[in-house]
Ligand binder design. Structure first.
Ligand code: GRF
Length: 212
């Protein structure tokens, strides 16, 4: 079974969805850069070992990334799952774990990379929004896309209501993507595309039931 580490900074609801999904992998560690991340308690309740590596303890991004990378290497993890990990990772970290890093982002990439995605979607008046699971590459929020889920944007939405609708979909697609990864059904090819071992299934792109 593949060995997985999950990196968090906050609530850890995506991490929780992964822990509850009964995935065919060993989740060997949950690591946070913040000691007060709520997700750490949830991980402990699931008997998953937790570690805090605070970025405040390092002089530079590179030094933090080096220590984080060394720790992950010592755990002999196959894949590193970013689940609300609010640190930009240096190019050298991403290169060190190339093809082994997954992220979930709360927008239909390539729309709205970066922060405040729900607010930006509302400001633009888009009618469809969603989330994306992708391999991590050095360019922030631009890695090859594995799966997306779309939700409607409703006239009465606030950033909070829209975020909640998207988050519910995040909890569906992230376990799906990690399952494919652990079963060797997908990988990042050398030319930077997502390689699928079988023909893509219809659920490669999920649309929330409310949309149709
Ligand atoms: C999610 O919206 C995720 O897409 C983004 O940060 C948020 C984390 O939420 N990267 P949680 O900590 O998993 O609840």
């Amino acid at each position: 079974m593949k060995r997985i580490a999950i990196l968090i900074s906050g609530n850890g609801s995506n991490m929780q969805a992964l822990l509850q999904a009964d995935l065919p992998c060993d989740i060997v560690s949950v690591i946070s850069n913040r000691a007060d991340a709520k997700g750490l308690q949830i991980a402990a309740q699931h008997d998953i070992p937790t570690t805090v590596i605070s970025h405040h303890d390092f002089d530079s991004r590179e030094a933090f990334d080096q220590a984080l990378g060394d720790h992950l290497q010592s755990l002999a993890v196959d894949y590193i799952i970013l689940a609300g990990f609010m640190r930009i990772l240096s190019d050298s970290f991403v290169d060190r774990f190339a093809g082994r890093l997954l992220n979930i982002h709360p927008s239909l990439l390539p729309a709205y990379p970066g922060l405040n995605t729900h607010q930006k979607a509302l400001q633009d008046g888009v009618k469809i929004h969603g989330c994306t699971v992708h391999f991590v590459t050095p360019r922030l929020d631009h890695g090859p896309i594995i799966i997306q889920a779309a939700v409607p944007v409703l006239p009465e939405d606030t950033a909070e209501t829209l975020a909640a609708r998207v988050l519910a979909q995040e909890h569906r697609v992230y376990p799906q993507a990690v399952r494919w990864l652990c079963l060797d059904k997908i990988r990042l090819s050398r030319d930077g595309h997502v390689k699928t071992v079988h023909q893509p299934q219809p659920d490669f792109a999920l649309v929330s039931p409310g949309l149709i």
